[in-house]
Design a protein around this ligand. Structure first.
Ligand SMILES: [Zn+2]
Length: 143
C-alpha cells in the first residue's frame, strides 16, 4: 500500500490521533489516513450517513458518542433531571441506528462501530489496531 503522506505529515497525524483534544472522528480519520487509506466522509446516499466510508472494501465506520447512541458504559449515564425525556430520546436513536445498520448490511456493507469510550488514551491503540485488522480481513475477502 502506497503511503502518500510525507514523514512529517504522518508524524503530525499520529500525534493528533493520540491527543486528547482531537475529536474522536478526526482521530480515527487521521489514523486511517496515516496508514494510507483513502475514504469518503458522511456519504448522504447511505443509510445513517456513516462517518467514514472505505468504498474499496465496502466498510462503513460509525464513530459513536456513548451518550447519544446509548452505549452500555459509564459515559452514557442519563442526566438526573428529565431522565424520562432523555431515555425516550436515546431509545429513539438506538432504534434508528439498528435500522440503518441492518439496511447497510443488506446492501452488502460491513459495519464497524467505534465507541467514543474506546478512544480514551488507554484504549485507543488497541481499538485502532483492531480496526486495521478488520479492514485487512475485508481486504482478503474482496480480493
Ligand atoms: Zn461507551
Amino acid at each position: 500500500m502506497a503511503d502518500v503522506l510525507s514523514k512529517e505529515q504522518r508524524a503530525k497525524c499520529m500525534s493528533m490521533v493520540k491527543s486528547k483534544n482531537t475529536k474522536p472522528e478526526i482521530q480515527v480519520r487521521c489514523f486511517l489516513f496515516a496508514h494510507g487509506f483513502r475514504f469518503r466522509l458522511h456519504r448522504k446516499d447511505l443509510p445513517g450517513k456513516p462517518d467514514i466510508v472505505l468504498p474499496k472494501y465496502k466498510i462503513a465506520i460509525f464513530v459513536n458518542g456513548c451518550f447519544w447512541h446509548g452505549h452500555n458504559c459509564r459515559y452514557a449515564k442519563l442526566p438526573a433531571t428529565n431522565t424520562e425525556f432523555w431515555q425516550e430520546k436515546i431509545k429513539g436513536n438506538v432504534v434508528r441506528d439498528t435500522k440503518n445498520i441492518s439496511e447497510l448490511q443488506r446492501m452488502g456493507w460491513r459495519i464497524y462501530i467505534i465507541w467514543q469510550c474506546e478512544l480514551k488514551p488507554k484504549l485507543i491503540e488497541t481499538t485502532l489496531e483492531n480496526l486495521l485488522r478488520d479492514i485487512d480481513n475485508a481486504k482478503n475477502y474482496h480480493s
